[in-house]
Write a protein that binds this ligand. Structure first.
Ligand code: DSN
Length: 428
């Protein structure tokens, strides 16, 4: 496909490392000719890509602007200051640390900034939509801190059990109450979290990785407006920036100092300056009026998909969506396992991921659910009409798993849709 704007020349790489060049070209084609529905993925602008490939990658800059351990920092200081200023403006807070390499290290640094080993965190249960780093026994943090879980009261509405949360908080006396998720499709009641946090003397921290863009664009509530102390995030999901993480502090200088120390030298060495510069570019894009429009459309598009799933009687966890993602129980509704669903949809050009659902009778490597969302296809220019059609095609595929002819027709339709909505290269 020649008309895709993510097609980059890479002429030097082509002659000097043909194997990597070939893999990149393959990935470009895969991204251009199929639909990306993994809700944590997106397409960055050409400006972000160019920044990632800049000479900033050559530089070591341990420390923070004005206080580095190596010379030659006049330009890297500018870069990091710009990234921090734009982040603070975007999320309405006093302090920003833009050095975390990604979301998991951002959470690790945040834990060490706010707690001592043995302290307790109250985090959302993974099977109710929480994140691995919020206390999954598979993570090393559970050997250092004590994680206690909370979840949904009603799986069909997604309502969080705030009474149980308060009761557990009073009993467990957590240092941190963590609000945030990676497979939950509703908005959280931040006011309630802060109320409970204040009652038991815990810090309130939001991990907004999935909804950072929705918050930046004003389409979702900002936890800081309700008194949250700290926010962690990635920058590459709805925020549509480079892979990376960030920790924001609402207004406490002491907390901001603790966060800085925990990131460097506590956890990381030299910050990745090309990533930090690319974060700054993405923040500038997210501050533009068109980004607000983009995030509103993400939500409308998810609603359009929800409508089709409702109409065709496919069970959605939490009863549907109020954000950018849907978690559908395809095993319960269509007797198709999540793994098979992911594989067959990949073949017709729709990429999404299998996912555990609450009370899942199946295993993580072949769960009952699929998780999908609208950030990337909305970047591509899809509106409600196209998203509703994609939802129909997902269900058609899963209802015709063994029908080669139907799958061939669907693959062709996806190919045509992708061609008509090339990946854009600029958002300004
Ligand atoms: N892996 C990310 C996701 O897909 O939601 C979260 O870290």
């Amino acid at each position: 496909m020649d008309d895709t704007t993510i097609n980059m020349e890479h002429s030097r790489l082509k002659t000097e490392d043909a194997a990597i060049y070939k893999a990149i070209k393959g990935e470009e084609k895969r991204q251009a000719e199929g639909l990306e529905l993994i809700p944590s993925e997106n397409y960055v602008s050409r400006a972000v890509l160019e920044t990632l490939g800049s000479v900033l990658t050559n530089k070591y800059s341990e420390g923070y602007p004005g206080k580095r351990y190596y010379g030659g920092q006049e330009f890297t200081d500018d870069v990091e200051n710009l990234a921090r200023d734009r982040a603070r403006k975007l999320f309405n807070c006093k302090y920003a640390n833009v050095q975390p390499l990604s979301g998991a290290p951002a959470n690790v640094a945040m834990f060490f900034a706010l707690m001592k080993p043995g302290d307790t965190v109250l985090g959302m249960d993974l099977s109710h939509g929480g994140h691995l780093t919020h206390g999954s026994p598979a993570t090393v943090m559970t050997k250092v801190f004590n994680f206690v879980r909370y979840g949904m009261k009603d799986l069909e509405t997604g309502e969080i059990d705030y009474d149980a949360l308060l009761k557990t908080a009073k009993k467990e006396k957590p240092k941190i109450i963590l609000a945030g998720y990676s497979a939950y499709s509703r908005e959280l009641d931040y006011e309630k979290f802060v109320e409970i946090g204040r009652e038991v003397g815990a810090y309130t921290v939001a991990d907004m990785a999935h909804v950072a863009g929705l918050i930046a664009g004003g389409s979702h509530k900002n936890p800081f407006d309700y008194g949250f102390d700290v926010i962690t995030t990635t920058t590459h999901k709805t925020l549509r920036g480079p892979r990376g993480g960030m920790i924001l502090v609402r207004n406490s200088e002491d907390l901001a100092k603790a966060v800085n120390k925990a990131v460097f030298p506590g956890l990381q060495g030299g910050p990745h300056m090309s990533q930090i510069a690319a974060k700054a570019v993405c923040f500038k894009e997210a501050l533009s009026p068109s980004f607000k429009k983009y995030t509103k459309q993400i939500l409308k598009n998810a609603k359009a998909m929800e409508k089709v799933f409702h109409a065709r009687n496919i069970r959605m966890l939490a009863g549907g969506t109020s954000n950018h993602l849907i978690l559908a129980d395809v095993f319960g509704s269509l007797n198709v396992g999540g793994k098979d669903a992911q594989t067959v949809l990949d073949k017709v050009g729709i990429t999404l991921n299998m996912n555990m659902i609450a009370n899942d009778p199946r295993k993580p490597m072949d769960p009952s659910g699929i998780r999908f969302g609208t950030p990337a296809i909305t970047t591509r220019g899809f509106g409600e009409k196209e998203c509703a059609r994609v939802a129909e095609l997902i269900i058609d595929t899963l209802e015709n798993m063994d029908d080669a002819n139907t799958k061939k027709k669907i693959r062709y339709e996806i190919f045509e849709l992708s061609k008509n909505f090339p990946i854009p290269d600029s958002f300004v």
